[in-house]
Design a protein around this ligand. Structure first.
Ligand code: ADP
Ligand code: SF4
Length: 719
């Protein structure tokens, strides 16, 4: 395999102030749930990308002062000696792999709740934070401004001491520099408010101070060059790329070594755009303006996974360096794979924003649908490219079900060296529920979950695949496998059992012609009438996906949900606003805060969640999105017949993915990977202990390693 010479430009080094970047791959700041309080996690997550060929890896937002406390959202901090100590683990790990380490110096101003420190906020003006309306701030005096600038410089000095090479001052989302810059936040009438020069003064002075005190690190700015129109952004109270955006870049160009340019506001779904609504490199119409006024290297993001698109971004004069957050999460080895011409091995991000959703939920560690090892590098010792050879390769393993869980499980077993692995599915193609979900409008990119695993199975394993084969109990017993893994998925409930009422919706029986589930509609093609009532008692994407599909096909659609908004989890994936807009644009009638109690006589009867008032909604068909039920009957039956299993020579059976517990695709792939990576342990159904990074009284460094005394004791007590 050789690299296409057209991609060589991606591997040209580039000078950034006093530092040299070994190639053009730059992991922009992104949250992962580690911060500086979980140093092992932070170091190994970033270090994996350094090992995979990235030239620069960054922390997430890194707080410069105690009153920039983002809790419960997990950011890094550089506010004391302990933070320096902890983050040095990350910079050492990056350097060990020849990569530069970067930090995103941030003060969140009135965005911060200061939930832990309970300190009052500082901001240019006393304006409440628009996100929650719960957090305000004291308008800074001139001495407060000096102190705020000093806080940034002191944190930068601590960053240098921690070993960081690249110091990015974050002038985006909710940060002090942009609170000064945007009239949206800055209502001052002194020399820090009013005209453009005044509003930019805070940042100009800050950059001058930084340059005076630090000469051996590269110093740059992360800057959204356009804050967009309503309803996505600040309109005239923000900045526009071709006006003050370019002016800001020109004004500060001599004071920076690089620009990391993106777009958007606190409503950052327009920046981290999901694939449901955005193509790769969708920010280019705005971000390309920076190069017209800057002489410094420019980084752009845009869910870049295709090297041709990356090369074009550079050769067209849009940017010099390819910034990546999600693509680097989905594949930390993306640079090396391009470098070595291993294009088919690239595990492309699907743009589902599940990674983003973990931060948005405030706290939990990162999950990735595509990369099951993301966030598990340190605590479970998992490596995305290295698979520990099995200690017991001989027994034949059968995996039933080739959806995300079964595909991942069979692939990892194959890569671990199991000699006989057979993946069997009733359908004519691998992919499970994704085969029909990816046909719904906006979900095509999710096909990458199937495509990548299918390619890996064919290129890197000798796993057998048997399609068009629905297995029953006898088939399984006679198959000749010693281990059987059930990845048989789930299906949307047909009985009308409903979460909001914890009972059956009267008459909601999907064996009737006028009542339809998502699988019956989108997979089996069960016909629906002109006027369709979608009952969405789920919390994620399916309700809106089928409603949009129906409306686009010309149906009259009423969407009813017990939630306040459409699919509340879509808020965490940053898709909520666009989903609502789409439904409204298509004329879908939205009925929030209503739960269905009966579907009878051509009318859905719904009850208002707050008032208990009843409404009757006429329908031709009802599309019932209530909940998914595991397809686990085969497993359950076999588990109840140990003697038959014994007779057949089957020594173990296992249940994974939706067949165990219906969840997000990220949970299904993880569940497949987890079982396969721990398949040769004594009890593979039980998770091996993993490192819980927290203060341990009387701990030594050994206590923070896999297999540590503290972990084995926890395991022993659990038995
Ligand atoms: P998950 O998300 O957990 O991977 P999916 O629902 O996407 O689950 O995939 C489950 C797959 O299992 C489907 O492709 C389905 O055809 C297959 N399957 C279910 N039961 C059987 C069976 N008895 N024999 C063969 N394949 C099965
Ligand atoms: Fe991409 Fe989804 Fe993984 Fe995030 S979770 S990196 S969006 S595949």
């Amino acid at each position: 395999m050789t690299r296409d010479p057209r991609h060589d430009i991606l591997f040209e080094p580039i000078q950034i102030g006093p530092k040299t970047l070994r190639n053009r791959f730059w992991q922009v700041p992104h949250c992962n749930g580690a911060g500086s309080d979980r140093p092992g996690f932070q170091a190994m997550h970033r270090g994996m990308k350094a090992q995979g060929g990235f030239a620069a890896v960054f922390t997430e937002v890194c707080m410069v002062a105690p009153d920039s406390d983002s809790m419960p959202w997990v950011g890094s901090k550089l506010i004391d000696q302990g933070d320096i100590q902890n983050l040095r683990l990350m910079t050492d790990e990056a350097h060990r792999h020849g990569c530069l380490a970067g930090v995103e110096l941030t003060h969140g101003s009135s965005f911060c709740f200061n939930a832990e420190t309970r300190m009052p906020n500082r901001a240019p003006s006393q304006i409440p934070n628009e996100m929650e309306g719960m957090s305000s701030a004291r308008a800074m005096s001139h001495s407060d401004i000096r102190k705020m600038q000093r806080d940034h410089v002191d944190a930068a000095l601590r960053a240098r001491e921690a070993g960081f090479d690249l110091l990015t001052v974050f002038c985006g989302l909710a940060t002090v520099p942009n609170y000064f810059l945007y009239p949206w936040n800055n209502k001052r009438t002194d020399e820090y408010g009013g005209n453009f020069e005044n509003r930019a003064r805070f940042t100009v002075e800050l950059m001058q101070m930084l340059r005076e005190e630090i000469t051996d690190c590269a110093i740059g700015i992360r800057f959204p060059i356009d804050t967009l129109d309503a309803p996505f952004g600040y309109g005239d109270l923000g900045i526009r790329a071709e006006e003050e955006g370019m002016k800001f870049v020109a004004l500060l160009d001599d004071l920076v070594d690089y620009w990391d340019i993106n777009i958007g506001t606190l409503n950052w779904g327009e920046d981290a755009g999901s694939s449901r609504f955005f193509e790769a490199n969708h920010e280019a119409p705005y971000t390309r303006h920076a190069k017209q006024v800057s002489k410094k290297p420019i980084i752009n993001v845009g869910r870049f996974t295709d090297p041709d698109v990356m090369v074009k971004a550079i050769t067209s004069g849009q940017c010099d360096i390819i910034g990546m957050a999600r693509p680097s999460i989905a594949d930390p080895f993306l640079p090396n794979k391009i470098k070595e011409g291993r294009y088919e091995d690239i595990r492309e991000c699907i743009g589902c924003n599940v990674c983003v959703s973990r931060w948005e939920k405030g706290g939990p560690p990162i999950w990735c649908t595509q990369n099951t090892t993301a966030g598990e590098e340190y605590r479970r010792g998992w490596h995305p490219e290295i698979f520990v050879p099995t200690r017991n390769a001989e027994p034949a393993v059968m995996v039933i079900g080739a959806g995300p869980a079964g595909l991942e499980c069979a692939m990892v077993l194959g890569k671990r060296g199991y000699e006989t692995v057979q993946l069997v599915d009733a359908q004519p193609a691998v992919g499970g529920h994704l085969n029909w979900v990816t046909q719904l409008p906006g979900f095509g990119t999710w096909k990458r979950v199937t495509d990548w695993r299918k390619t890996q199975l064919s290129l890197h394993t000798h796993v057998g695949i048997e399609l068009n084969t629905r297995l029953g109990i006898d088939d399984i017993l006679n198959y000749g496998a010693q281990h059987v893994i059930f990845a048989t998925g789930s299906s949307w409930d047909t009985t009308g059992m409903s979460g909001p009422i914890h009972d059956y919706i009267r008459g909601a029986d999907a064996s009737k012609p006028e009542i339809v589930t998502p699988d019956q509609y989108a997979r089996d093609g069960k016909p629906v009438g002109k006027r369709v009532v979608v009952i969405d008692h789920d919390a994620y994407y399916m309700g809106s996906a089928v409603a949009i599909d129906l409306a686009q096909k010309g149906h009259e659609v009423v969407y009813l949900t017990h939630n306040e908004s459409v699919g509340p989890y879509l808020r965490y994936t940053l898709e909520e606003q666009r989903v609502h807009m789409k439904l409204m644009e298509l004329g879908v009638e939205l009925l929030p805060l209503q739960f269905a109690v009966s579907v009878e006589g051509g009318k859905v009867t719904s009850v208002n969640k707050w008032t208990a008032e009843e409404t009757e909604i006429p329908y031709d068909s009802v599309l019932m999105v209530t909940y998914r039920k595991s397809e686990c009957a085969l497993y359950d039956q076999l588990q109840a017949q140990p003697e038959r299993l014994k007779e057949a020579g089957i020594t173990s059976i296992h249940l994974i993915g939706d067949a165990h517990t219906p969840g997000m695709i990220a949970q299904a792939t993880f569940s497949g990977a987890r079982l396969a990576r721990e398949f040769d342990t004594e009890d593979p159904d039980t998770h091996q202990p993993f490192i819980r990074e927290r203060r341990l009284v009387g701990a030594t460094e050994d206590d923070y390693q896999l297999g540590a005394r503290t972990l084995s004791m926890a395991m022993a007590r659990g038995k």
